[in-house]
Design a protein around this ligand. Structure first.
Ligand SMILES: *[C@@H]1O[C@H](CO)[C@@H](O)[C@H](O)[C@H]1NC(C)=O
Ligand SMILES: *[C@@H]1O[C@H](CO)[C@@H](O)[C@H](O)[C@H]1NC(C)=O
Ligand SMILES: *[C@@H]1O[C@H](CO)[C@@H](O)[C@H](O)[C@H]1NC(C)=O
Ligand SMILES: *[C@@H]1O[C@H](CO)[C@@H](O)[C@H](O)[C@H]1NC(C)=O
Length: 469
């Protein structure tokens, strides 16, 4: 297959068409879908896009195949809704591809209608996939190959190792043929020997962003080079800019304590050098700040339920002694808890909102965690932790208490006081008495003074405490 020069947006448009051709039965085998985790955050989305761009028709090494990025959003189709729910992604895509646009038909505005149209033609989500399947009235279970990025275990597992499904797309059985991730290995991905020769299985805890790990792995495999040979410098510069967005966001401009590793620093340098030959005056800090602002402001447009769902992950953890599984949901918020309470309309309304979220169809959570992280007025990276038992059972309470016993000291969980400094119409004592009590819903709120521990560290601690019950 010959590789021709292609802009990032051309590639994305073509990928969608490859997907539709597959569903229409026009391909002899599935493309390789590249699927990130269901929080569908900036890192997950861009990891999938960049990996696809460089690996498409280059991997597997012995028999190259097209790759199609698939956004793991079961309930959001690509269009104005995606723009509303992920404005920082659209901002990053816009800044990367429109200054300047390389083709006249690739120009778009950072606004709902224009961006919505572009997204519809270039991006594929799990919701879009499910919609097309409904329209094609395909009755049989579909099997498709997948490379997992920024996660390493499917929520629904089939018998065969590495095969499973995702929420919202149960009619597709995904067969894992590669994985690049920076989370703890959950033992789902098959060993490299059982995959097509040379496929990547890189599961490495440490790097602040998965996009860094992907950049590094692609570089080691010479795929940036071969990509560059097939493309113009201006095209590669667009891809490099887009890839830098999650790296800078997830490492707070390479300053986040405990999150920045050599891989992050090396990858940022590497990509920056792909931008400068075409855009010597490019201001990476300004780029970071604009995307960071879009991310911070993004929650303004959402309802409480959407705020909780915005950066959300869940796990079912089986307890050792009772054979019961507890469902644990982890919401992450870039706004402080007082902001979320205000959005809800008060403390009681917040608790009720969390209950509604936890007991909603398909979630059935026993434990809901809300982690906040933000920069305080005196420029400190700050975290709060709120835990609520929505499953109404003693086992969950036991699990949370065990978690506090085992990890409270390391996380420096301490009495909650506001750290955000914003003037809000809320009484701190009321927040403590409502959100730290046993009447109604059992819940606890803390300041997590060890701010280096993110969900990536805290979730395994709680899961382990529950598993040992
Ligand atoms: C998707 O959205 C619909 C309507 O907004 C809602 O009823 C449903 O529970 C949502 N599904 C998931 C999986 O979030
Ligand atoms: C980002 O990091 C650079 C280099 O360390 C620094 O000069 C700049 O001020 C930082 N920008 C922001 C917005 O934090
Ligand atoms: C793009 O639009 C979003 C949503 O209106 C906004 O949050 C963001 O700051 C905008 N970005 C730029 C660069 O104007
Ligand atoms: C803070 O948490 C991190 C991640 O769990 C841990 O590595 C570190 O040792 C903790 N810091 C302190 C002072 O306990």
């Amino acid at each position: 297959m010959t590789l021709h020069v292609m802009t990032l947006l051309q590639f994305l448009r073509l990928s969608r068409q490859v997907h539709l051709a597959f569903l229409a039965g026009k391909l002899t085998e599935s493309p390789i879908y590249v699927l990130g985790n269901p929080s569908a955050d900036l890192d997950s989305i861009i990891s999938a896009i960049v990996y696809s761009y460089c690996a498409s028709n280059r991997l597997p090494a012995t028999k190259p195949r097209p790759h199609v990025p698939l956004l793991n959003l079961p309930n959001v189709s690509a269009g104005p809704e995606l723009y509303r729910l992920r404005p920082e992604f659209v901002t990053a895509l816009w800044l990367s591809t429109n200054f300047p646009a390389l083709k006249p038909d690739e120009r778009f505005e950072n606004a709902s209608e224009s961006a919505g149209k572009l997204l519809r033609e270039h991006i594929l989500t799990v919701a879009d996939f499910a919609q097309s399947l409904r329209e094609s009235s395909q009755a049989n279970k579909l099997v498709a190959d997948v490379t997992m990025v920024d996660w390493n275990a499917m929520p629904i597992r089939d018998q065969q190792k590495g095969t499973g499904s995702v929420s919202g797309l149960g009619q597709v059985s995904f067969r894992t043929v590669g994985c690049i991730d920076h989370h703890v290995d959950e033992g789902f991905v098959p060993s490299p020997e059982s995959l097509p020769k040379g496929q990547p299985v890189v599961i490495q805890v440490g790097p602040g962003s998965c996009s860094s790990l992907i950049t590094d792995e692609l570089e080691k495999r010479g795929l940036w080079n071969s990509c560059q040979e097939a493309s113009s410098e201006a095209e590669i510069a667009q891809v490099a800019k887009l890839t830098l967005a999650p790296m800078l966001i997830d490492t707070t401009n390479l300053t986040a304590e405990g999150k920045v590793t050599d891989v992050d620093v090396r990858s940022v340098d590497f990509l920056r050098q792909k931008v400068t030959p075409v855009d010597a005056a490019w201001d990476m800090e300004a780029f970071y700040e604009v995307i960071s602002d879009a991310k911070k402001n993004s929650l303004d447009l959402l309802t409480l339920q959407e705020v909780l769902d915005r950066d959300y992950k869940e796990w079912a953890e089986k307890t050792q002694s009772s054979e019961r599984s507890l469902n644990i949901g982890f919401c992450s918020s870039v706004k402080p808890i007082r902001w979320v309470i205000e959005k809800a309309g008060g403390c009681e309304e917040f608790l009720q909102g969390v209950r509604t979220f936890g007991t909603s169809e398909g979630k059935w959570l026993d434990i809901v965690v809300v982690m906040t992280h933000f920069t305080s007025p005196n420029n400190q990276h700050s975290r709060e932790l709120f835990v609520c038992v929505t499953g109404q059972n003693g086992l969950s309470v036991k699990g949370v208490n065990a978690f506090v016993d085992q990890s409270g000291a390391q996380l420096k969980l301490s009495k909650w006081t506001p750290l955000d400094g914003e003037c809000v119409e809320l009484n701190d004592e009321e927040i403590r008495s409502t959100l730290d009590g046993d009447t109604g819903l059992w819940s606890r709120i803390w300041v997590q003074a060890n701010s280096t521990a993110s969900r990536k560290q805290v979730a395994p601690m709680l899961r382990e405490a529950v598993a040992k019950l």
